[in-house]
Design a protein around this ligand. Structure first.
Ligand code: COI
Length: 410
């Protein structure tokens, strides 16, 4: 039975109650999942000649049926448990490319649609960038991907079908979650024969429970988000909850790689950090353990005077679209922006620290605790992060002229 035959059927797009999402408390949205009305689904069967995505369609939002042998369920997580083979990943680029391609059959994106203040309608922020990033990730994972036009068209359809869930101006955004998964059945270790591109959406407010208030991060020993030669720079479903470490590797192999970290789970690390009162974890690189990488769900920047530094994307860092936009906005404002290795010393001597991401937007960091020592940074109205937050969100929400052509009307 084909996977999509069990999709909830679309009767017609519900146009009632267009200006409101039912009983939602728009003032207390947070980043929880509020199910909306419709999702968009498009499939691609792979043949000997390759494969292309055909026309997609909206269907009622609901559970999906997957074959027990779908690629994403069987091999979607296998690369995340690092074993001696993974040490070979680090040492052998050939193996990295091949095994990663076969094992991780799931990519995702995150985007937001805002309600326009003036002439009605909705605004997307640089959706082609998300489409390109998914295509890049798909190439890395040997998956077919929708074209940029197909991707953007599907996002617009999803927004329009769920428009009553786009929060009122200033209350949040409709978060859009495109997924690309190996949905076809496969038993042996190989790419799946069918792929599904699916988009669902949910109204969201602030990502962190602190709201827009500054957050508190911790650097945990022995916890790393990504390995060189792995998929940290690609938005795979495996980058966010995996085991990262080499506990099962021989000491000799670990020594060769100069990596000897206990096996920990990133989600677990995040939960441990929260239970100790921190907002999230700031990860260091897995090899030298002295360069900043990312926070669990966002990129990181440090500010010293008028110099802003952020880790360069060397394969282990996600090339965030908010990151890229903030770099451009900061440079336009006369800051010297450096994409480079950023050390723990750079961090602890910084005036300001902030994070960027679609979900978190631009989040100021109040403190970072490293080796049990708590470092405090400037926050508040007269800060670089506040200036960049205002510059970015004014464009996203339609309060400032979009001279860069970043927004797309729906
Ligand atoms: C986003 O910021 O959109 C992301 O995809 C991060 C996710 C962990 C919420």
């Amino acid at each position: 039975r084909r996977w999509a035959s069990s999709l909830p059927q679309l009767e017609s797009v519900d146009r009632s109650d267009e200006e409101s999402g039912g009983d939602i408390d728009w003032d207390n949205l947070g980043f929880g999942l509020t199910p909306t009305d419709y999702m968009y689904v498009m499939r691609c069967s792979v043949t000997e000649d390759g494969g292309a995505f055909t026309r997609g369609e909206l269907s009622r939002y609901g559970n999906i049926e997957l074959s027990p042998s779908s690629g994403v369920l069987n091999y979607g997580q296998s690369m995340t448990t690092l074993t001696d083979n993974d040490v070979l990943f680090l040492l052998t680029p050939f193996l990295t490319a091949n095994l990663a391609a076969r094992c991780v059959q799931g990519l995702f994106e995150g985007m937001k649609a805002y309600r326009r203040p003036d002439r009605g309608g909705y605004t997307l922020f640089r959706p082609e960038e998300n489409a390109r990033r998914m295509r890049h990730g798909a190439e890395r994972m040997c998956m077919p991907a929708p074209s940029v036009d197909q991707f953007v068209h599907a996002v617009k359809q999803t927004v329009l079908a769920n428009r009553r869930w786009v929060p009122p101006q200033g209350k949040g955004a409709l978060y859009i979650r495109p997924l690309l998964i190996g949905s076809g059945p496969i038993l042996g270790l190989a790419p799946a024969p069918e792929y599904t591109f699916l988009i669902y959406a949910a109204p969201v407010g602030n990502y962190f429970k602190e709201g827009l208030a500054p957050i508190n991060l911790v650097v945990e020993d022995g916890v790393h988000r990504a390995m060189p030669g792995g998929t940290g720079g690609v938005k795979t479903i495996t980058n966010y909850g995996p085991v990262r470490g080499l506990a099962s590797s021989s000491d000799a192999m670990a020594a060769i790689c100069r990596i000897a970290v206990p096996t920990r789970i990133v989600l677990k690390a995040q939960m441990d950090a929260k239970s100790k009162g921190f907002t999230d974890v700031l990860y260091l690189d897995a090899v030298h353990k002295r360069y900043l990488e990312e926070v669990s769900s966002c990129n990181v920047f440090v500010v010293k005077g008028d110099v802003i530094a952020t880790p360069s994307t060397r394969g282990t860092i996600l090339p965030g679209i908010t990151r890229k936009s903030v770099i451009e906005l900061a440079s336009d404002r006369g800051y010297k922006v450096e994409e480079r290795l950023v050390t723990v010393d750079d961090l602890i001597s910084a005036d300001e620290v902030f994070c960027t991401g679609t979900a978190v937007v631009v989040a100021p960091v109040a403190t970072v605790t490293v080796g049990g020592q708590r470092y405090t940074f400037k926050t508040g109205p007269d800060t670089v992060s506040q200036e960049l937050y205002t510059a970015l969100t004014s464009i996203q929400m339609g309060h400032a002229e979009d001279s860069k052509g970043w927004t797309v009307a729906v």
